[in-house]
Design a protein around this ligand. Structure first.
Ligand code: ADP
Ligand code: ASP
Ligand code: MG
Length: 419
């Protein structure tokens, strides 16, 4: 049986012609080792951001259908150029859009979910010894409308294809050496993690570690698809993400339980500078009020992150919650409407907040982790505005101007080996 590999290359790995040629060589290397190769690519460099900024210069509130139409063109440029680069190396390659592959999604433009993938066409090309290059981040509805899968969605295309094609290996190539204990662009002494559990990767991604799209990790976890995050600029081994030590060992990693556990109290520290906070003052303290507010927000499609309601001593209380910065205008409008209906007071918003979080399965069994995090922030005189915890993470909302400093100080408190 031939082995099949799914490779995914992010935008920075394809930012100029030399980088595209570099990717072509890496792809061809797998073909030379007799693998069937499916490669997923993102748009070149910052193309997606550039297209969005072009759109909002034309219309500050563009239609989501037209946005998908526009953004999907970015990946179409990459697939064709990579195919040409591979041809130049003397190998067969064919580029396909999401629609040509048969990646069928639901109808939620800009954040569509994959419903099914038809492997027929890919398998036919693989049989003919062709390298298949698939445009990431896009699909098509049953009515033939082009959709996109949410920012960072090429990761999802790759993992969903790995599942559908029963790939033997899935590699996500990016501009850093793997998943680090913190964003290496902000924390210079962050360390590369040789391996990490799905749930930790999921938590880190949800809490701001941009390196993997959240929904792609959900798919990997749900279908147990171990994958390898590594650099497209070096041959170094990166980070293996899997569900258990035995899965890692199947990948011939020979990880010992002790190694996985050692120092694993906290696996990583993350930052999300994309948050905003809304506070409704003087909310009447009676049953049904919170339900009314959050039902209204969900109806207008607002995802709320953290919620804090103070204890009431006066039959009135304040409710604060955080959400994605981009949703603030829509959420403010909705919150003001509900505040009026329920007889609450002023609605305040703060765009200058950030969320800093620690993540690790080890904290389940270790007391004192929260105190240590709060101490690190107190030491730098950084005020904590809100706190939330999950079984394997603790997050604090702080002022955004302290965000990078907070990340570094918490990282050094937990993860600097020498300390
Ligand atoms: P790509 O274009 O390859 O998809 P992204 O820009 O989406 O790449 O993700 C890679 C970036 O994620 C890195 O350049 C890095 O700055 C950032 N990042 C944030 N947190 C982490 C982390 N914990 N480990 C590695 N990279 C991280
Ligand atoms: N090009 C898309 C984005 O920038 C998808 C991706 O890069 O994965 O979000
Ligand atoms: Mg990405």
């Amino acid at each position: 049986m031939r082995k099949l590999v799914v490779l995914k290359f992010g935008g920075s790995s394809l930012a100029n012609p030399n980088r595209i040629k570099n990717v072509a060589r890496r792809v061809v290397d797998y073909k030379k080792q007799n693998f069937d190769v499916v490669t997923v690519v993102s748009a070149l460099g910052d193309t997606t951001d550039d297209l969005i900024s072009l759109a909002v210069q034309i219309n500050s509130n563009p239609s989501e259908r037209e946005l998908d139409m526009l953004l999907s063109t970015g990946e179409q440029i990459s697939v064709s150029l990579l195919a040409m680069a591979i041809h130049k190396l003397g190998f067969n390659a064919v580029s396909l859009t999401g629609a040509q592959v048969g990646i069928v999604t639901d109808t939620h433009h800009t954040r569509a979910r994959i419903v099914s993938i038809d492997c027929h066409r890919i398998n036919k090309h693989l049989k003919n010894e062709s390298i298949v290059i698939v445009a990431g981040f896009q699909g098509v509805t049953q009515e033939n409308e082009i959709t996109t899968l949410g920012r960072g969605g090429s990761d999802l295309t790759a993992l969903a294809l790995a599942k559908a094609l029963k790939a033997n290996l899935c590699e996500i190539y990016t501009d850093v050496d793997g998943v680090f204990s913190a964003d290496p662009r902000i924390v210079k002494n962050a360390v590369k993690l040789p391996f990490i559990y799905y749930e930790e990767m999921l938590e880190m991604a949800s809490l701001g570690a941009q390196v993997m799209q959240v929904r792609s990790v959900e798919v990997a976890k749900k279908f147990n698809i171990p994958f390898h995050v590594r650099s497209s600029f070096s041959n170094n081994s990166g980070t293996f993400i899997a569900g258990s030590i035995s899965d890692l060992n199947k990948l011939k990693l020979q990880v010992k339980e002790a190694e996985m556990m050692e120092g694993a109290l906290i696996r990583g520290v993350t930052l999300n500078k994309n948050e905003a906070k809304i506070t409704i003052c003087d909310v009447p303290d009676r049953p049904g009020v919170a339900a009314k507010l959050f039902k209204h927000l969900s109806r207008v499609d607002i995802n709320v992150d953290m919620i804090v309601q103070n204890v009431s001593h006066t039959r009135q209380t304040d409710i604060s919650f955080t959400l994605s910065k981009n949703d603030l205008p829509k959420a403010l409008k909705a919150t003001k409407t509900v505040a009026k209906e329920i007889g609450a007071g002023e609605v305040l918003s703060d765009l200058e907040v950030a969320r800093v979080s620690i993540v690790g399965v080890g904290m389940r069994s270790h007391p004192g982790v929260a105190a240590k995090m709060f101490e690190a922030l107190a030491y730098q005189k950084i005020n904590i505005e809100m706190i939330s915890t999950s079984e394997i993470s603790i997050s604090c909302i702080i002022q955004r101007k302290f965000a990078d400093k907070a990340l570094r100080v918490i990282h050094s408190k937990f993860l600097n080996r020498a300390k």
